[in-house]
Structures are given as C-alpha cells and as structure tokens.
Design a protein around this ligand. Structure first.
Ligand code: SAH
Length: 356
C-alpha cells in the first residue's frame, strides 16, 4: 500500500503499488479512508447492490454473473464471478493477493445467505515476478456442485481448471441475442469453449449446431453442457479442430456463424498481427456463409479498438465481395461496467452482420 503525493507533498490518492507498467492501482482518493475490512465491505456491498438494482443479481432464472469487474467497480486488480452458491475470486495484482483473506471475509458478510463457497483462482493472473506462489483453492466451503444457471440454461463450470474463472460470463447478453436468430438455421459456433452460444442456439430452435474448438477439453465441456440441457439431441455435433483448418474444409451449409476467438493481441505491440488475424478469420466466414446468413463476430482484445476491429471486419467483407449490413453492435454486459476514468475497461467488441 502506498500514497501518491504531489511534489509539494499534498495527498492525491492511495493504492496498491507493484513493479510494472501500472505503478499504482488507486483504491481511494480520500486521505481519511482506511483500506481495511470495512473498506472492502463497502466496495463489495456497492457492487452487489448495483447488480441487484439493475436486475442481474437475485433472479430465479440466472445465478451466473460478475460481482466485481476491477476498475469498473473501483476495485482495480480484483475480479469476482458468482456461479450459483460459489464465488470465484481472482487477483490480478500483488496487492489484492496479499489481502485476499480480508476480501473473502467481507465477501462473506456482504453475500451472507447467497453463497457458501469462495474459490480463489490466481495461479495464472498474478505477475510471476512478484514471487507470490499463489495456490488455487477454496478459501471457504468446497462444493463439488458446479452447475450454474444462466437465463434458465444449465452449465458445468470448471472453475478448478477452466479458462478465466471457468466461464465467459461476459457473453451472456450476446448469447441471449443469438438465441433470437437461431430458429431454423444451421449454426457454426467457432471457438466454442464451454458451448455457451451452442446451448442458446439449440434452445432457439436451430436446425443444426456445430461447435468447434482446438481444445479437446473444451469439446468435452461443450458436449457435457449440451447433454445437461438437451440430452442426446442429434442436432448437435462438436469437433476438436483448428479454426482455420475447419473453416477451410467446411462447405457452405451454415447460415449463422459465431466467431469468438481468444484475444489475438494481449499487448499493443501485437496489434498489427492481431488485426491481420481478425481479417483472415472473417474472410473465411464471409467466403462460406450462405446468402441471407448472419455473422456474430467478436474481439475481446483490449488493445484492439472498436474502430480497428470494424476496419478489419469490413475489409474482410470487401475482399470477399459480400454485401454486408450491421444489425447490432455489441459489447460487454452491465455486470462488466466501465469506469469513465478507465475507458480501457471496455474490451469486448462484437458485430452482428447480415450477409446478402
Ligand atoms: N465463445 C466462448 C469463449 C471462447 S474463448 C464462450 O462464449 O464461452 C476462446 C476459445 O478459442 C478457447 O476455448 C480456445 O481453446 C479456442 N481456441 C484458441 N485457438 C484456437 C484455434 N486456433 N482454433 C480453434 N479454437 C481455438
């Protein structure tokens, strides 16, 4: 914990310090405010109250949501996702790691009655140079029941080994939108991970749904989630294959394609390659999608701006000679709020395109 002062020694802010490109993650602009258990309690209670007020927390048909989104909830370096009665907590800074027990205690108070378990998952998100040796594990409880509900659909959440906190909570509203377009369509869900979009497409009445991911584990998860909701429904099939290979060999049977790749640019210096990657990927979809088809295309790279992403996608459309119209411009949902003083927090970009 450090204080930030002017050259004259006047107080500006206090926060967590660590080596790296962000020197201080500011927690408070008040000199009087102590960063203690009561502080964590206040910030978590504010985050929870907002999600209740906007109708995300406390629903019967949905118990999967993000409770804390870093800077967006004035808690830089901290992410907490809720899956049913389990909270999965992730520290992205050394400071948050060091106070994890205090935060867990506050979380327990704020969410009393709503959660039983707190799982800590920071092995891959902390700066390795900080020599912290974090271990993943339960700070409280320890439930093997890992089925959570999103808008009435059930998902196995692999918080032990899965990517991020186990699920891509940030695509919830976009998955719900996809459901509305799925009826009677032949759907390709590329980069399916847990099969989120596939499960919604099935409920939306798709004619067939093909899920593709290069990870065999992702394909297992997808098959499990389809079975959980639709048993052995023959409309669905999943393939463990590289995206570019699959897009090259597939026919022109699909009239609804989802492209939700991993972040192609993790840093600004990878931007050029990333934009080329998005362009190439989208070219392949435009080449094959049926006339009258709908493309849901995403980028979750923070380093890629909305404008850059649009240019990559529109260039791809122009290169293939397809006539394309924008139906929707998508972003992250309200439980991933953007702090107006940290516009970088807006990372998810999506376009829904009608392809003539
Ligand atoms: N759409 C998902 C999230 C996608 S995450 C959801 O809504 O939950 C990105 C996925 O891309 C990961 O599961 C990863 O295994 C997969 N992936 C990464 N590189 C790939 C490649 N070259 N081909 C196919 N899948 C790939």
């Amino acid at each position: 914990m450090v204080e930030v002062l002017t050259q004259q020694g006047e107080f500006i802010a206090k926060g967590h310090w660590q080596i790296g490109s962000i020197a201080v993650r500011v927690l408070s602009f008040s000199e009087e405010e102590s960063i203690d258990g009561a502080f964590w309690h206040r910030r978590l209670a504010t985050a929870y109250a907002m999600r209740q007020q906007i109708g995300i927390a406390g629903r019967v048909d949905n118990n999967t949501y993000r409770l804390v989104h870093g800077e967006g909830d004035n808690l830089p370096g901290l992410v907490i996702d809720i899956y049913g009665r389990t909270a999965v907590m992730q520290a992205h800074s050394a400071g948050m790691h060091l106070v994890r027990m205090e935060i867990a205690a506050a979380l327990n108070e704020v969410m009393a009655g709503a959660i039983d378990n707190i799982y800590y998952k920071s092995e891959t998100t902390l700066p390795f140079k900080a020599d912290l040796y974090p271990e993943n594990g339960f700070l409280q409880g320890g439930s093997a029941d890992n089925v959570a509900t999103e808008y009435g659909l059930n998902f196995h959440i692999d918080w032990l080994k899965g990517q991020k906190t186990g699920f891509f909570v940030d695509q919830r509203e976009n998955r719900a939108l996809l459901e509305r377009y799925a009826k009677g369509r032949s759907v390709l869900n590329m980069f399916c991970y847990t099969g989120g979009f596939s499960v919604y497409a099935m409920r939306g009445g798709a004619k067939l749904v093909h899920s593709v991911d290069s990870s065999a584990k992702a394909i297992d998860l997808t098959n499990k989630n389809i079975a959980l909701n639709f048993h052995d429904d023959e409309r669905h099939a999943a393939y463990a294959e590289d995206a570019f290979k699959y897009l090259d060999r597939m026919g022109d049977q699909y009239d609804l394609i989802i492209l939700d790749p991993p972040a192609f640019a993790k840093h600004r210096d990878a931007l050029r390659n990333a934009l080329q990657g998005y362009r190439k990927l989208n070219v392949k979809a435009f080449e094959k999608i049926k006339p009258g088809g709908i493309l849901f295309t995403f980028s979750c790279s923070q380093a890629v701006s909305k404008e850059n992403f649009r240019t990559a996608v529109f260039t791809a459309a122009a290169m293939t000679g397809r006539s394309v119209r924008i139906l929707h411009q998508l972003t992250q949902p309200a439980d991933h709020p953007v702090n107006i003083y940290h516009p970088e927090g807006e990372y998810l970009k999506g376009l829904v395109l009608y392809v003539e």
